[in-house]
Design a protein around this ligand. Structure first.
Ligand code: BJ8
Length: 427
């Protein structure tokens, strides 16, 4: 978040940001980043790209978005994995994730939302109300979705502050739900055509599908390397790569992640890795972790564990499945997108047993010593589903620790004590 090279204040002012508040935010994040990231030893050299991205997160990337708009493109904000980036890109849009991972303007937020709303929703609303997120202010359209009740109702308030389109996401995965979801994707296409002034073509959608698949393939490579023991990259660094995937330039990101994957594969071949010898290997599952929420990984890795895989929307749920690239006509491509996105396993669905199966499968593939079930307080879907995760882990003989938390630093001491005891037990 350095402002040393370029003064972006005129750009931020043009977006209507609250400059003093925004300056305060930009002053806080490098401190958190240095503590969580730059304090690590033995990082892959390729992570310097992400250090740079973080240093320019509200600078260069925002300028790129504004240049794209000036050249006739659009910027589309999203809050959920179910919104297909392929369609946004095929219609000349750049997709940016708007979920936020830090407490901001909670006083204002709690005037319109109940105090017992999850941190992810409160934070996103706080960044909007506090006018400190240039991504939110750069959007031509924000796309919401009917996932959990909190988000669904918060979007009604957000609609008073931003142009908003809400996709109706079914809650089950039966054939009739798939029909509904395909119609919702068609409705999104119509909305994006209206906003962009363009018409969706098979050629553009095929190209966008390949680009986004390539991004996911690069993340698959990076994360496959983590199966090795020792893991060649920390969980924090791997998490950061997925967090950045939500708003970085897609081809550039893909190139840089493939370079890191090359480096990790060489490290694995050389038997090099992170963490102390024999450090417990941990799978983290639960609610998403938006930037700059590195809290759980930081606690685990400072306590001596190594996170080797995340079953999260900022983890395997984001990159593990690809859109089928074989259809050649527009309708077939939209079918492929419909199927891929409906195949995401969010706790908003019932039943959602495929997620539980994924957790156990990943735990075995990555040879973990324990599972940490991480949930944001007041997230009913994931907190309730934690019972099924715990049961399945116990049935598979894998130790599991359940953590319910928020974005504050207030419980870090207590979490550290619990995680240290857990690691000692499984180590
Ligand atoms: S696909 S996980 S990104 S909805 S933590 S706001 S669920 S109360 S974020 Fe999500 Fe899409 Fe599902 Fe992924 Fe509600 Fe829970 Fe808050 Fe959540």
């Amino acid at each position: 978040m350095s402002q040393a090279a370029t003064d972006y204040h005129p750009m931020w002012e043009s977006l209507g940001l609250d400059l003093p508040s925004h300056d305060a935010l930009l002053a806080a994040i490098p401190v958190m980043y240095a503590d969580a990231y730059l304090s690590q030893t033995g990082r892959p050299e390729g992570m310097s790209y992400f250090d740079f991205v973080l240093s320019e997160i509200h600078g260069l990337r925002i300028k790129e978005l504004l240049d794209h708009k000036a050249a006739g493109g659009t910027v589309i904000g999203t809050f959920c994995l179910y919104v297909p980036e392929e369609i946004i890109r095929a219609l000349g849009g750049l997709c940016v994730g708007l979920c936020a991972g830090a407490e901001w303007a909670y006083g204002e937020v709690e005037r319109i939302l109940p105090q017992n709303t999850c941190a992810l929703i409160k934070s996103a609303m706080g960044f909007k109300l506090g006018k400190v997120c240039p991504y939110a202010e750069a959007c031509d359209l924000v796309v919401g979705e009917t996932t959990c009740d909190g988000k669904k109702k918060a979007y009604e308030l957000l609609a008073e502050m931003a142009p908003l389109h809400v996709m109706e996401l079914p809650q089950m995965k039966r054939p009739e739900d798939r029909t509904l979801w395909r119609a919702e994707i068609e409705r999104l296409i119509a909305k994006l055509e209206e906003v962009s002034g363009r018409t969706l073509t098979a050629e553009a959608l095929a190209a966008a599908t390949k680009e986004v698949n390539d991004k996911r393939r690069a993340l698959q490579r990076l994360n496959a390397a983590r199966k090795a023991s020792p893991a060649p990259i920390s969980g924090k660094d791997a998490l950061l790569a997925v967090q950045v995937a939500f708003y970085d330039d897609v081809p550039r990101f893909t190139t840089m992640v493939n370079k890191i994957a090359d480096e990790l594969e060489a490290r694995v071949a050389a038997g090099e890795g992170v963490g102390a010898p024999g450090a417990p290997r941990i799978l983290v599952t639960g609610t998403p972790m938006a930037i700059p929420n590195w809290k759980m990984h930081d606690v685990i890795e400072k306590a001596g564990g190594v996170v080797v895989i995340e079953e999260l929307c900022t983890g395997s749920r984001y990159y593990s499945k690809l859109v089928d690239e074989t259809p050649t006509d527009l309708s077939g491509m939209i079918d492929a997108i419909t199927d891929k996105y409906l195949d995401i396993n969010c706790a908003c669905f019932t039943p959602n047993s495929a997620r539980i199966d994924d957790v156990i499968r990943l735990a075995k593939e990555y040879e973990v010593d324990g599972i940490i079930q991480y949930d944001l307080q007041f997230c009913g879907p994931y907190q309730i589903e934690a019972t099924f995760v715990t049961r399945a882990a116990q049935d598979a003989g894998i130790p599991v620790l359940r953590i319910d938390t928020d974005y504050s630093a207030g419980d870090v001491g207590q979490l550290s004590t619990r995680v240290e005891a857990f690691l000692e037990m499984i180590g």
